[in-house]
Structure formats: structure tokens, C-alpha cells
Design a protein around this ligand. Structure first.
Ligand code: A3P
Length: 325
């Protein structure tokens, strides 16, 4: 029944916003036929981050002051940060002896924590923790977030990733889920689109610098993480993340190995195994979110020339922040 309601709302939202987005500049899409340019970023006509969902989020989503948002550009580690956050926040609920019932051991992290963009489709919000804060994920760029999130100065965790790995990840994800009638998206074509910034919620670099700049202005409000650093030292990042979320680990918990337990539970290997079967949404298999889970897989896919081109763009966009490697 819930799904029916959602579908009904989805149709309503598409109908309501169609006139507004149909006139926007458009380009060929990745998973979908088109991407539309709205407030400086490209959005598909379908899926979680559809242009209509973004517009509807801006119109209807209402933040609470103590909400926390997990923001990412697609393919930058959303699934991982959702899993870690859910595990940290709910760790007392799932005591050691009831670990076998842990939601993360039986479902996709995307079913554990919703996106703003999908939450607005529901008649009843699905994620209400017994305790504040509420936690939502989002792919919406900082400059397009629903105004109440900015006005309240809500806490935001932002995770970014080396654009070269984002591109490779997006390329594979796209071809797994692309509408059949569109055929296979060729690597060279996808590369060109990525470089031009024409990607879902792209340009990728602008998405990152938007949150990064906001973080410079509000350092206590925005926690800026990278996939690479998270991979290199997951334990310390998880300790830090727990503090930021307001669920710090006690000395006893640390001594009892609870941080490592969460790191292990949310590891790529473990989540990939849990999500071997089943679908996340209609036509989206759970396993699509777990491919390689490595830093530097771009090495196996990009030519030297492609790598240099992306390095150059990244340097130009990130250098002022000393973010380029
Ligand atoms: P690859 O395609 O490079 O393997 P998102 O969650 O934002 O959609 O990003 C997906 C990327 O994160 C994929 O990268 C996926 O394999 C990787 N990923 C998913 N779960 C992970 C985890 N628990 N730890 C590390 N990486 C993970």
C-alpha cells in the first residue's frame, strides 16, 4: 500500500513540475534520456534525484534545527556513509547479543536511512528515530538545499571522492541501470560528458566546492570527509564521525572494540555479501551499489591522457582550496 501511495505522489510531483522543468536547458542523460540544468546543476527526469524531486524538496521539505544531513555527489560513498551513520546512531539498540537482528545485516543501507528527495514522496515520513536528531541523506548541492536547512544551520556531513574514481564508478553504475532502449553508454562518450560537468547532480567539482566553501564558513556545522581518507583510516574517521553526530564512543566502548565492530559491519566486503540478492527499488538490484569499493580503481580504466585531462580540471577547480592531490 505504501508503495502505491509513493507512486501516486511521484506522478503528482512529475505533473506539478513538468511545466517548470520542461523548458530548462537539457542534455543527453546517463541512466535516463535527458538531464536538465537547474540552478547550475544537472538532474535526470527520473530516479531519486530527479529534477521534479529536487524542486518538490525545495518547496515542501521542512527541516528541524537538530536534523543531520549526509550529503554526497552520487558515487562518492553515499552507501558507506549511510551505513556507518546508521550503525553509530543505533548501536545501543542493537546490543551485542541482538546483533543478528541488525537492520544492516539484512537490508540495503539505502533502506536504513532515507534521502530527502525520496522522503518527500511519502505520506508518512518513514524515518523517525525515537530520539532526535532525524538523519537524512541528500544529493542536492549546497546552494540548492531546502532553505530551512540553511536557515536553521543544521549539521551536515559531506563525503567526497577523487573525481576519477567517481567517474569510473558512475560509468559502471549507469550501464547496469540504464534504460534498455538507450543502449550501452560508451566509455569515451561518458568521459566527455563527465568532463563537461554533465552528470547527475554535476558538475561534480562544483558540488564538492559548494559544500567545501560552506564548511570554511561554518566549520563546526559541516564535517568534510573524503572516501580516500575514510578508506585509509576508517577507525579514526568513525570515532570522529560519532562525535560530530552527537553519539561519541565512551572509553569503555572503544576498549570493548565497538568501533572496530562497526567498521567491520559496514565494510565493503560485508555489505556486498549482505546485498548479493534482492532489489532496492523496482529494477534496481541491491548489488548495483557494491562494485569494487577501492581507492584508485580509475587506474584500471582511464588512459594516461584521460587521467591527465581529469587531473587538470580537478587542479583548476580545487587548487585554490589546496584540495587537489
Ligand atoms: P565503486 O564503483 O568504485 O566500487 P555511492 O554509495 O555514493 O553510490 O557510491 C558507490 C561507490 O561506493 C561504489 O564504488 C561502491 O562499490 C562503493 N561502496 C559501497 N559500499 C561501500 C563500503 N561499505 N565501503 C567502501 N566502498 C563502498
Amino acid at each position: 500500500e505504501d508503495i502505491e501511495i509513493e507512486k501516486g505522489n511521484l506522478t503528482l510531483i512529475f505533473d506539478r513540475y513538468k511545466d517548470r522543468y520542461a523548458i530548462l536547458p537539457k542534455e543527453k542523460g546517463w541512466q535516463t534520456e535527458n538531464l536538465y540544468l537547474y540552478q547550475g546543476y544537472w538532474y535526470p527526469s527520473k530516479y531519486i534525484i530527479s529534477i521534479a524531486n529536487v524542486m518538490a524538496s525545495q518547496d515542501t521539505f521542512q527541516a528541524n534545527p537538530n536534523d543531520i544531513y549526509l550529503a554526497t555527489s552520487p558515487k562518492s560513498g553515499t552507501t558507506w556513509i549511510k551505513a556507518l551513520t546508521f550503525a553509530i546512531v543505533n548501536r545501543t539498540k542493537y546490543k551485542k547479543n541482538s546483533l543478528s537482528t541488525h537492520l544492516l545485516l539484512v537490508s540495503n543501507p539505502h533502506d536504513c536511512l532515507p534521502y530527502i528527495e525520496s522522503e518527500i514522496l511519502r505520506n508518512k515520513p518513514t524515518y523517525m528515530t525515537e530520539n532526535s536528531p532525524r538523519i537524512f541523506a541528500t544529493h542536492i548541492p549546497y546552494s540548492s538545499l531546502p532553505q530551512s536547512i540553511i536557515d536553521y544551520g543544521c549539521r551536515i556531513v559531506y563525503m567526497c571522492r577523487n573525481p576519477k574514481d567517481v567517474f569510473v564508478s558512475l560509468f559502471h553504475f549507469t550501464n547496469k541501470l540504464r534504460e534498455e532502449y538507450l543502449g550501452f553508454l560508451k566509455f569515451e562518450e561518458a568521459f566527455k560528458m563527465f568532463c563537461e560537468g554533465v552528470t547527475p547532480c554535476g558538475p561534480n567539482w562544483d558540488h564538492v566546492t559548494g559544500y567545501y566553501e560552506a564548511g570554511l564558513k561554518h566549520p563546526t556545522r559541516i564535517l568534510f570527509l573524503t572516501y580516500e581518507n575514510m578508506s585509509m583510516d576508517t577507525t579514526n574517521n568513525v570515532i570522529h564521525l560519532a562525535e560530530f553526530l552527537g553519539y561519541p564512543f565512551t572509553k569503555e566502548e572503544e576498549a570493548a572494540g565497538e568501533v572496530e565492530e562497526i567498521v567491520r559491519m559496514c565494510s565493503f566486503e560485508n555489505l556486498k555479501e549482505v546485498n548479493k540478492h534482492g532489489n532496492f527499488r523496482e529494477g534496481v538490484p541491491n548489488h548495483a551499489f557494491f562494485r569494487e569499493g577501492k581507492v584508485g580503481d580509475w587506474n584500471n580504466h582511464l588512459t594516461d591522457e584521460m587521467s591527465q585531462i581529469l587531473d587538470q580540471i580537478t587542479k583548476e577547480k580545487f587548487d585554490v582550496y589546496e584540495m587537489a592531490e
